[in-house]
Design a protein around this ligand. Structure first.
Ligand code: FAD
Length: 384
């Protein structure tokens, strides 16, 4: 019987899983198949590398060759997995078929396509990996004005970074405030005004309709016909888990690839980890759940099954203009924000309407020091 563990994807999920597996088992055969060049880099650094003066190459923490040597793992880089035959336990790749004993899908998520008409739409960049980031840095050279579509986490981080880097940044969103899904109005207003103070322009409540190629750059036209010109346009409108492979294997999918708390999909020989997975109803495309999940999955795959635990995992928003930490309350829970603010920041705690239990929080400025204490007081995450 083939006992090989085949991991598709060499992002944080795939490579952290290899590291955790090797801590437990020096001998099991591990093969990583990845569409990219297999080098390991810090994806969160993509949105704060510019102001830190880091070139794309400086973000690479280990090449595929180094990982293969250090972790005693085979890495097939530049190899696309095209489909999975779960009955035969083989994957079809751009370099032929590969058999597996256990398969782990760590295929991440892709940027949502930008819903704009016009000949400029294909020129809009989305930055979801190091290759995209190299393109961004090349295209930033010699430009001055940048539009960012999406005032969420990644849009605001890029706005802060590029503004500190000397670019004139305009952020568009259909919502009335930045980080609309994560922050109460007061915290969003503070973030907005701090970013405005360093030169970021917000065009909120604005639905863009078209992107038109201009002599240099792009003309963005909103639904009311208003137009603005930008040298470069970056999209940060959100992610969609990569489901095609899971669907080719007939696995259950929802927003992500459906798994239980052992990260097992609807096929007992296939697991999923990272931005592609939906764990027991929760979609958590962040570093901390991946680190935790990789540890538990390594235990499970080496014969000592461990369910993932999902404590509250606060998200650090990398906007140095307004340091912000968020532990979002569960979606749809009725309650109210209890706020305290002063010159040096803000604390907002979300309390359940009936029990008054604290379910989430936002900290800004000096209050971010309370992150660990407040996180420990939050209930574990629950399926939405
Ligand atoms: C700009 C930015 C900033 C971020 N900042 C933070 C932050 O501050 N804090 C935080 O917690 N999170 C942050 N995140 C999110 C975090 O980086 C991700 O949750 C994490 O990196 C996802 O890792 P992953 O391995 O699941 O996916 P990915 O890194 O996307 O890896 C997917 C892998 O699958 C491979 N692949 C996909 N399809 C195929 C195929 N068909 N065949 C072969 N290979 C395939 C790809 O080549 C890639 O190697 C940020 C994300 C971005 C984009």
């Amino acid at each position: 019987m083939n006992d090989r563990i085949l991991i598709i994807g060499s992002g944080l999920a795939g490579i952290t899983l290899v590291r955790e597996l090797r801590k437990r088992d020096k001998a099991v055969e591990i093969l990583v198949v990845t569409a990219d060049d297999g080098s390991f880099y810090s994806k969160p650094s993509l949105s704060n590398a510019f102001a830190a003066g880091k070139a794309p190459d400086a973000l690479v923490l280990a090449t595929a060759a180094k990982l293969a040597q250090d972790l005693d793992v085979q890495i097939m880089a530049g190899t696309f997995v095209l489909g999975i035959d779960a009955a035969r336990r083989v994957v079809r790749t751009s370099r032929g078929e590969l058999a597996y004993g256990r398969l782990v899908l760590a295929v991440g998520a892709a940027q949502l396509p930008v819903p704009l008409a016009g000949d400029g739409a294909p020129d809009i960049l989305a930055v979801n990996d190091l290759a995209d980031y190299r393109v961004l840095r090349q295209r930033l050279a010699g430009t001055r004005t940048v539009a960012i579509i999406g005032a969420g986490l990644i849009g605001c981080e890029f706005a802060n970074d590029l503004s500190l880097g000397g670019y004139a940044v305009t952020v568009f969103d259909t919502a009335a405030q930045p980080l609309a899904r994560l922050l109460p109005a007061s915290a969003a207003a503070a973030l907005r005004s701090r970013l405005e103070a360093i030169g970021v322009v917000f065009r909120l409540d604005t639905r863009l309709a078209r992107a038109e190629r201009a002599a240099a750059g792009c003309r963005l036209v909103d639904a009311q016909g208003g137009a603005t010109h930008h040298d470069l346009v970056v999209s940060a409108i959100g992610l969609r888990p990569n489901l095609a492979l899971a669907q080719s294997a007939g696995l259950a999918t929802n927003l992500g690839i459906v798994t239980d708390t052992f990260l097992r999909t609807s096929d007992p020989h296939i697991h999923a980890l990272g931005d592609c997975a939906e764990i027991d109803g929760l979609f958590l495309p962040y570093v901390m759940p991946i680190m935790q999940g990789a540890k538990r999955l390594a235990a499970t795959l080496t014969g000592a099954p461990e369910a993932v635990e999902l404590p509250a995992m606060p998200i650090v928003v990398k906007t140095p203009a307004c340091p912000t930490v968020v532990s979002p309350p569960p979606a749809g829970r009725a309650g109210r924000w209890e706020e305290e603010s002063g010159a040096d920041g803000l604390r907002a705690v979300f309390r359940d309407a009936v029990s008054q239990q604290a379910l989430g929080f936002v900290l800004q400025g000096a209050y971010t020091r309370e992150r660990m204490t407040l996180a420990a007081a939050m209930p574990a995450l629950r399926p939405c």
